[in-house]
Design a protein around this ligand. Structure first.
Ligand code: N01
Length: 505
């Protein structure tokens, strides 16, 4: 026994001798960047900085403030498992409540000193074994690891509608909502019928004198009710935190039905399609129902959840316009049939560039390869989290992450844990620089591509899930499989500390 304990002490001492403290730069202080920051802190890593281009944390929940904004994933599941909030006011919380939660994370986990706001990363280059990160203020910082947590849907797409600039009223993208514009007594036009457009119409329909929804493609809508969490429920959750864990797992289980529906044909897909069809039948007006009927399979586009959209479009003053937009003139929107739809405010719910990821930040690897070169055929990663030829880089919410109608929060946690496991190995002195091999990355991407035909996203519709090659750019299996895949570091699939720079290639 004595000998064993002596050996253990010696081994701890040698561990300590080999223990190195890394420096880490995280790009973005949204949901995934804050998750990474907490995980770094909990791993005892103190030398880390989160660089955020905006003036506040929160990402999506900072940028989106449009009327009716809610998360369409239940709040009990759209939160960090390590920081479960017993106090969510509703089953689906409103945007400002979620933003408060993320601001609260900064305080609860003492992250403030690690976050630099108004600091936009413009370029990062890996040279002499470290990342050199340049920011818009002209400064350069260095770190052993770079973590990209820049989000998936953060570059608003403003469509090139002729005459938009000639419009006399206010117009803006929904992720840049102009709250200085009062909507009282205004005729409002909304372009787009994705999750955003549907939430805005559900909120404003009937409360402004006129609401014109310019719909290019109808959506399938699943009517999931949103209820208020009463005081007793919240008190019980506070008193017995195990209840919040149970609720989290329960909703995760229910969401796995949705995940099964989108990733493979089966009863789940049939059931959800039927529920959407039944919901559509609540629209009795045949002409309106025809306008709202999609000609593609439910869930091919991201499924819209709303218990009130079909009620909202039947309210007085609401009109669904299906003629294509031709141009905008000072008084409003002119459709291809020549009709002028007069509006005072125009909100563009026209979505985001889902393929940009970290870009326009330019990454340059040790061989001189840039991210633009690497992704010239579209964004591809190693197991969603790393890139060949870009050592000591980890991506959160990278290409093919499971973002299709699932909570992104547990995905970020799994990916952050994976990055931590590599950083831990670095601390133990197991390597200094590592990047996945091209072969392993290509093999993995070939497996992804082979699984795509099973998914509902490949059944013939346009959506932000589809890449340049027409194939979905999302995870084609269950999020559990994604978590299992990242449980192991798969070190045999990495190039580690090559003797020559060229070996990274
Ligand atoms: O954007 P979208 P979104 N003329 O790309 C139309 C998440 N989200 O902001 O279908 C006319 O889905 C376009 O038409 P079409 C969620 O993941 C989450 O609504 O391409 N129309 C479509 O109708 C969601 O999926 C929450 O024919 C034009 C719409 O604009 C993702 O964000 C809430 C047009 C764009 O739909 C994006 O949703 C909100 C044009 N020139 C969003 N260009 C939560 O609650 C585009 N459209 C978590």
């Amino acid at each position: 026994m004595g000998g064993t304990s002596c050996d253990a002490t010696r081994s701890r001492e040698s561990d300590f001798a080999m223990f190195r403290m890394p420096s880490v730069i995280v790009i973005g202080a949204g949901m995934s960047g804050l998750c990474m920051a907490v995980k770094l802190r909990r791993a005892g890593i103190t030398d880390f900085t989160v660089l955020e281009k905006a003036s506040d944390v929160g990402g999506t929940w900072r940028d989106n403030t449009y009327p009716g904004l809610r998360c369409d994933v239940p709040s009990a599941f759209y939160q960090y498992f390590f920081d479960r909030n017993p106090d969510w006011s509703h089953f689906f919380a409103a945007g400002d409540e979620i933003q408060d939660y993320f601001r609260g994370v900064v305080d609860r986990f003492a992250l403030r000193e690690h976050i630099e706001l108004d600091t936009e990363v413009t370029r990062a280059e890996f040279a002499e074994g470290r990342w050199r990160v340049r920011t818009a203020d002209g400064r350069t910082r260095e770190a052993d690891f770079l973590i990209s947590a820049s989000g998936v849907l953060h570059h608003p797409v403003v469509p090139d509608i002729p005459g938009l600039d000639s419009f006399d009223g206010a117009w803006f993208h929904t992720a840049r909502w102009d709250h200085s514009v009062s909507l009282a007594d205004k005729r409002v036009g909304v372009v787009g019928t994705g999750s955003t457009g549907v939430q805005i119409v559900s909120e404003l329909g009937g409360s402004v004198p006129k609401l014109s929804l310019f719909q290019r493609t109808p959506q399938w809508v699943l009517p999931v009710p949103n209820w208020r969490n009463d005081r007793l429920t919240r008190a019980l959750r506070s008193r017995f935190p195990a209840l919040t864990s149970l609720e989290y797992r329960l909703i995760e289980g229910i969401f796995s039905i949705l995940v099964a529906a989108v990733t493979r044909p089966g009863w789940q897909r049939t059931m959800i399609s039927k529920l959407c069809e039944l919901n559509l039948r609540t629209v009795r007006d045949q002409d309106l129902r025809r306008k709202l009927t999609p000609d593609y399979q439910a869930m091919c586009k991201r499924l819209v959840m709303s218990p009130s959209f079909y009620r909202a479009v039947r309210r007085p003053g609401v009109e669904v316009i299906t003629e294509r937009i031709d141009h905008v003139e000072p008084r409003g929107v002119v459709t291809t049939d020549g009709t002028l739809h007069e509006v005072d405010v125009l909100a563009l719910a026209t979505g985001f560039d889902s393929h940009a990821y970290l870009r326009p930040v330019e990454l340059v690897g040790p061989t001189g390869r840039t991210l633009s070169d690497a992704w010239s055929e579209g964004p591809r990663a190693y197991r969603t989290v790393a890139l060949p030829e870009f050592p000591n880089l980890f991506l959160l919410m990278g290409p093919h992450s499971p973002v299709g109608n699932f909570s992104l929060v547990p995905i970020a946690e799994v990916q952050a844990d994976y990055a931590i496991s590599w950083i831990r190995a670095w601390q133990r002195g197991e390597y200094t620089t590592a990047a996945p091999t091209r072969e392993a990355t290509d093999d993995y991407n070939a497996r992804l591509r082979a699984a795509m035909p099973n998914t509902v996203w490949a059944t013939g519709c346009q959506s932000w899930y589809l890449g340049k090659d027409g194939l979905p750019e999302v995870w084609p299996w269950s999020p559990h499989r994604h978590a299992r895949m990242l449980r192991d570091r798969h070190t045999d699939e990495f190039v580690v500390d090559p003797a020559q720079e060229g070996v990274w290639r």
